[in-house]
Design a protein around this ligand. Structure first.
Ligand code: ANZ
Ligand code: ZN
Length: 863
C-alpha cells in the first residue's frame, strides 16, 4: 500500500480545480448562499488566525455547494491604513508598492490553502475602481444630508505637528515624538449614524439566534439608548460678572442649567450639580477664576476615553453658584465642575445623587456634600442609610414628598409628569452613540471628493471627475499629511464658479472602506457602486465569519451603511449579514530564556518526562522557561507560520487540525502533536481507498451494520457542519473511519456506499484528499461536483429504542430493545419487566392478550 503524498496530491488537485475554473461563481438559478470571511488587512503574511478563519468559511462554502446551492465565496483586501504609511516613513517604501506587494504575497499563501474562493471577484479597497465608487455613494449620502461637517476633537502631536490616530497615542504621548498629546478642534466630516440608532437597535432583535448574543448585546450597549428626563435648574446665585454677557449671547446668570438624568425618581436626593470641565459655563467662569482655570487644565491633560475617566480619582471645583431645586424652589444646591462628567454625553451636566450613584457618592464623600437616600430596598425602613456603597437596586421612593411609596418605575413616570407640568423639564431619550467622524489626516486612504471654494464653500467633485485618485508622487520625510503639502494635486478650480479652490486633503476612515465591500463583491466591476440586480440576487451575506474584535465598529458601520445605501436606493437589503459567527483565536505556548528573550517554537526542543515537561533551546542548548499559552504574536515569538506546517504535513492536515481541536468559537492551541495526529488521520483515510476493488461478495450482517453506521455518520457530520460544530463533525469522522476499518469483511456494495459517503463527508475539511479518494473509487469527475450524501432516517436512527409498556392503556413501564425486534422478543421482554410484574401482582391481574406495535409500543390487556 502506498503512502498518501500530500506534496504531489495537493498541487495535482489544485491544478484540476483551476483547469475547471471550479470556483468561479455560478448563477444557475438554484438557491443562493453567500459565505464571507472578514477580508484581511494585507500586513504581509497570512497567519494561523487568518488560516483558521478562511478554512471555516471554506467548510461552509464547500458543503453548501454540495448541498445544491449556488455559492458566492469571494476574497479581497482591506488595503488602506496606517501600517503602509509607517513602512513608508520607516523604510522609504511607497505605501502603494508595499501594499500591493503584500497582497501578491498573501494571495499566494492563501491559494496554498486550497480554498474554494472565486478569485475572479478579487479587489483591494485601494484600487481606484473601488474607492471611486465609494466616493460616488459618499456624495449621494452628502446630498441626502447624511454627511456633514462640524468641529471634532483630534489628538495633536505638538512636536511632529501632526494629527495622531488613537493607536498612535501611547500613555498620552505621541508614539514617535514622545511629546504629551494635546486635544485640538478640527473641522471634520461626519456620517449621521445617529439617525439610524433606533433602526440599528430594532434590527438586532431579528438577528436573535443568528448572531452571537454577546455581539448583539455589545452593539446595543454601544448605541446605549436610555430613557430619562432633561431637567432645568434655575439659577439662584451667580457671580456678578456672569450677568454682563452681551445681548443675544447665552446669559449664564439667567439661563437655567440643563442636565440629563436616567433617574428622575431620585430628584429629591440631589445634593449638587456638576458640569463637565469643558462645559461652556465652566469655561466662562474659568476666564475669571484662576482656580477653575487650573482645574480645567488639569482635566485636559487626562485621557478622554470613558474607561480612563471611570478609573481616574474623582476631582472637582466649586464654581461659586447655586441653583434652585425644580420641585422646591426654596431649596438651593451648589454648582461644581467635576472630572467624571463627560462633555459629549447628554448635556454635559448632571445632578449628583450620592446615595444612588457610586461616582456621585465618591465625589460627595471627598468634598463633604450631603448624602440623602431616597430609594429604600424592600424590608428597609425610613432610617435606611448609605455608607460607602451607593444603593442602586430596586426599591420604594421615600423622603420624596409626592413620590413616596412609588416603585422606581412609577416614580420616574410621576417625576417626569410633574417636571413637565411645572415646565422644569421633559421626558427624553438619549443615546450614547455619536455621529461617525470619518476624516483622517492621512495619505493612504480614500480621498474625500470635495472641493473647498473660498466663495461657494464645500462643493462636490462632479461625477465625471470621479474617481479622485491619490497622487503617487508624495514624500514621507516629514510628519503630517503629504496630500496637504502636495504642490499641485490639491489646487483645482471650483466646479461651480471656476475660481481657485482646494481639494479636501483628508481621507476617509478605513472603516468606511469595509462598510460595503460585501455588496461590491456581488458585482465588483459594476459601473455604479452597486449593481442592484446582483445585490438582490446575493445579499444578504448568509454566513459572515470573523473575529469578535469587530463586534462593534465594523459590524455596526456595515449595518448602518447598508441602511443608508438602501434608503438612497442603491441596494435593497438593509441588514447585510443574516448569520454571523465569531471564531476563537489560535494560541501557542511561549518559551523564554533566562535573559528574558522569547524563543521561537521552531528553536525549541520539548521533552516530557513522566508528565514533567521541559524545554531546551535547539540552537544554544540553553534551558527555557515554558510560559503561558497566548495568542500568537510577533512580540512573544510564539508564531507558527502556516507555510511551515503545510510544507511538512500538507494542507489538508493543517486544515483538519485548526478545526478539530476545539469548538470554532473557542481558542485553539497549536501543538506539533496535534497536527501530527491530523496527518496520521489523512493516511488512515487514504489506506481505506488505496487499491480499493469492488469485488467482495455480500456479507449480510456485516453489510447492514456498516450501512447503518454510514447513515449515522452522514447525519452527524451534516448536522455538525450546519451547526458550526466542526470539531464534533471531525470527531465523528475519526470514529467513522475506524468503523469502516473494523468492517473489512463487508461486501463491496456496502463498502462502496460507506467509502463514497466518507469521501464526500471529508471533502469540506480535506478537499485534496477527498478528490484523490473519489478518483480511487473510479470517478472521473470532481468530488466538488458530487452531491452531498443523504441519510435515511430509519437507518440513521439509534439501534436501540425505548418501548413504552402499557397495561390496559396506561403506561406502567418501559423496555430498551434493539430496533426492529420481533413481536415475540418484545412480548417476552415486557412480561419479564420488573415494574410490570410488580404492578400485575399488586393488583391481582392476569395478562390476557399482548399487542406489539413494532418499534412503537407494547400493550398488555389484563384483568
Ligand atoms: C441623576 C442620577 C441619580 C443618575 C442616580 C444616576 C443615578 P446611563 O444610564 O449610562 O445613560 N450622566 C448624565 N450625563 C452625564 C455626563 N455627561 N457625564 C457623566 N455622567 C452623566 O447614565 C445616565 C446617568 O449618568 C444620568 O443619570 C446621570 O446621572 C449621569 F441615582 O442622574 B444620573
Ligand atoms: Zn466657487
Amino acid at each position: 500500500m502506498a503512502r498518501y503524498e500530500p506534496k504531489t496530491a495537493e498541487p495535482r488537485q489544485q491544478a484540476r480545480w483551476a483547469d475547471a475554473d471550479a470556483f468561479v461563481t455560478k448563477d444557475t438559478g438554484r438557491p443562493k448562499y453567500y459565505v464571507l470571511e472578514m477580508f484581511p488587512y494585507p500586513s504581509g503574511n497570512i497567519h494561523m488566525g487568518h488560516a483558521r478563519n478562511y478554512v471555516m468559511g471554506d467548510v461552509v462554502a464547500r458543503s453548501k455547494r454540495a448541498q445544491g446551492f449556488d455559492v458566492l465565496h469571494p476574497m479581497g483586501w482591506d488595503a488602506f491604513g496606517m501600517p503602509a504609511e509607517n513602512a513608508a516613513m520607516e523604510r522609504g517604501i511607497h505605501p502603494k508598492g508595499w501594499t500591493y506587494d503584500n497582497i501578491a504575497n498573501m494571495r499566494e499563501q492563501l491559494k496554498l490553502l486550497g480554498l474554494s474562493l472565486d478569485w475572479s471577484r478579487e479587489f483591494a479597497t485601494c484600487d481606484p475602481e473601488y474607492y471611486g465608487q465609494q466616493q460616488a455613494w459618499f456624495l449621494e449620502l452628502y446630498r441626502r444630508g447624511l454627511v456633514y461637517r462640524k468641529d471634532g476633537v483630534v489628538n495633536w502631536d505638538p512636536v511632529d505637528n501632526t494629527v495622531l490616530a488613537n493607536e498612535q497615542v501611547i500613555d498620552g504621548k505621541g508614539w514617535r515624538s514622545g511629546a504629551p498629546v494635546e486635544k485640538r478642534k478640527l473641522n471634520q466630516w461626519f456620517l449621521r449614524i445617529t439617525d439610524y440608532a433606533d433602526d440599528l437597535i430594532d434590527g438586532l432583535k431579528e438577528l436573535e439566534g443568528r448572531w452571537p448574543d454577546k455581539v448583539r448585546l455589545m452593539q446595543e450597549n454601544w448605541i446605549g439608548k436610555s430613557r430619562g428626563a432633561t431637567v432645568w435648574w434655575d439659577i439662584a446665585e451667580a457671580p456678578a460678572y456672569l450677568s454682563a454677557s452681551p445681548e443675544g449671547e447665552p446669559n449664564h446668570a439667567r439661563d437655567p442649567i440643563e442636565v440629563y438624568t436616567t433617574r428622575p425618581d431620585t430628584l429629591f436626593g440631589a445634593s449638587f450639580i456638576a458640569l463637565a470641565p469643558d462645559h461652556p459655563l465652566t469655561k466662562t467662569i474659568a476666564a475669571q477664576e484662576p482656580k477653575v482655570a487650573a482645574f480645567m487644565e488639569a482635566c485636559a491633560s487626562l485621557g478622554t476615553s470613558e474607561a480612563e475617566i471611570e478609573k481616574a480619582e474623582k476631582h472637582g471645583v466649586d464654581l461659586g453658584m447655586r441653583v434652585r431645586h425644580p420641585f422646591d424652589p426654596a431649596r438651593t444646591l451648589p454648582v461644581w465642575s467635576a472630572n467624571f462628567v463627560l462633555s459629549t454625553y447628554g448635556s454635559g451636566a448632571i445632578f449628583g445623587c450620592p446615595a444612588h450613584d457610586q461616582r456621585d457618592l465618591d465625589f460627595a464623600r471627598k468634598y463633604d456634600l450631603p448624602v440623602i437616600p431616597v430609594v429604600r430596598p424592600e424590608g428597609a425602613d425610613e432610617t435606611f442609610e448609605v455608607g460607602t456603597e451607593a444603593y442602586v437596586g430596586p426599591g420604594t421612593a421615600f423622603h420624596s414628598e409626592f413620590l413616596d411609596g412609588l416603585s422606581i418605575e412609577d416614580a420616574k413616570a410621576e417625576a417626569i409628569r410633574r417636571l413637565e407640568a411645572a415646565e422644569q423639564g421633559v421626558g427624553a431619550t438619549i443615546y450614547r452613540l455619536r455621529d461617525w467622524g470619518v476624516s483622517r489626516q492621512r495619505y493612504w486612504g480614500c480621498p474625500i471628493p470635495i472641493i473647498h471654494c473660498p466663495k461657494c464653500g464645500p462643493q462636490e467633485v462632479p461625477g465625471d471627475q470621479l474617481p479622485v485618485v491619490l497622487p503617487e508622487d508624495v514624500t514621507f520625510d516629514v510628519p503630517g499629511n503629504p496630500l496637504a503639502r502636495h504642490p499641485t494635486w490639491k489646487h483645482v478650480r471650483c466646479p461651480t464658479c471656476d475660481t481657485d479652490a482646494v481639494r479636501e486633503t483628508d481621507t476617509l476612515d478605513t472603516f468606511v472602506d469595509s462598510s460595503w465591500y460585501f455588496a461590491r463583491f456581488t458585482d465588483p466591476t459594476s459601473a455604479t457602486p452597486i449593481n442592484s440586480a446582483a445585490a438582490d440576487r446575493w445579499l444578504p451575506v448568509d454566513q459572515y465569519i470573523g473575529g469578535v474584535e469587530h463586534a462593534v465598529l465594523h459590524l455596526l458601520y456595515a449595518r448602518f451603511i447598508s441602511r443608508a445605501l438602501s434608503d438612497a436606493g442603491l441596494m435593497s437589503v438593509r441588514e447585510p449579514f443574516a448569520g454571523l459567527f465569531t471564531q476563537g483565536m489560535v494560541v501557542h505556548e511561549t518559551y523564554r530564556r533566562a535573559d528574558g528573550q522569547w524563543v521561537e517554537p521552531t528553536d525549541v526542543d520539548l521533552t516530557n518526562d513522566a508528565g514533567k515537561r521541559s524545554a531546551r533551546q535547539l540552537s544554544t542548548g540553553e534551558t527555557l522557561v515554558i510560559g503561558d499559552i497566548e495568542k500568537m504574536s510577533k512580540s512573544k515569538k510564539n508564531v507558527v507560520a502556516p507555510q511551515e506546517i503545510l510544507s511538512t504535513h500538507g494542507v489538508d492536515a493543517g486544515r483538519l487540525f485548526v478545526l478539530s481541536d476545539s469548538p470554532p468559537e473557542r481558542d485553539v492551541q497549536w501543538t506539533p502533536g496535534g497536527v501530527e495526529g491530523a496527518s496520521r488521520f489523512v493516511q488512515r483515510v487514504w489506506a481505506l481507498f488505496d487499491g480499493f476493488e469492488a469485488s467482495a461478495p455480500a456479507n449480510p450482517d456485516i453489510d447492514t451494520a456498516l450501512i447503518r453506521e454510514t447513515h449515522k455518520a452522514i447525519k452527524a457530520v451534516t448536522e455538525g457542519v450546519a451547526g458550526f460544530r466542526f470539531n464534533s463533525a471531525i470527531a465523528k469522522l475519526y470514529a467513522f473511519v475506524a468503523t469502516v476499518r473494523d468492517h473489512e469483511q463487508a461486501g463491496s456494495a456496502a463498502r462502496t456506499e460507506a467509502l463514497s459517503a466518507l469521501a464526500r463527508l471529508i471533502a469540506p475539511f480535506t478537499p485534496h484528499l477527498a478528490e484523490e479518494c473519489w478518483a480511487a473509487l473510479g470517478h472521473s469527475g470532481l468530488i466538488l461536483d458530487a452531491p452531498w450524501p443523504e441519510w435515511d432516517p430509519a437507518l440513521a436512527a439509534d439501534d436501540e429504542i425505548v418501548l413504552p409498556i402499557q397495561i390496559s392503556g396506561k403506561r406502567r413501564g418501559e423496555v430498551t430493545l434493539p430496533r426492529g425486534s420481533d413481536p415475540k422478543t418484545v412480548e417476552d421482554a415486557a412480561l419479564a419487566n420488573a415494574q410490570v410484574q410488580a404492578y400485575l401482582s399488586a393488583n391481582g391481574l392476569t395478562v390476557r392478550k399482548v399487542i406489539v406495535v413494532t418499534d412503537r409500543i407494547v400493550n398488555l390487556v389484563a384483568n
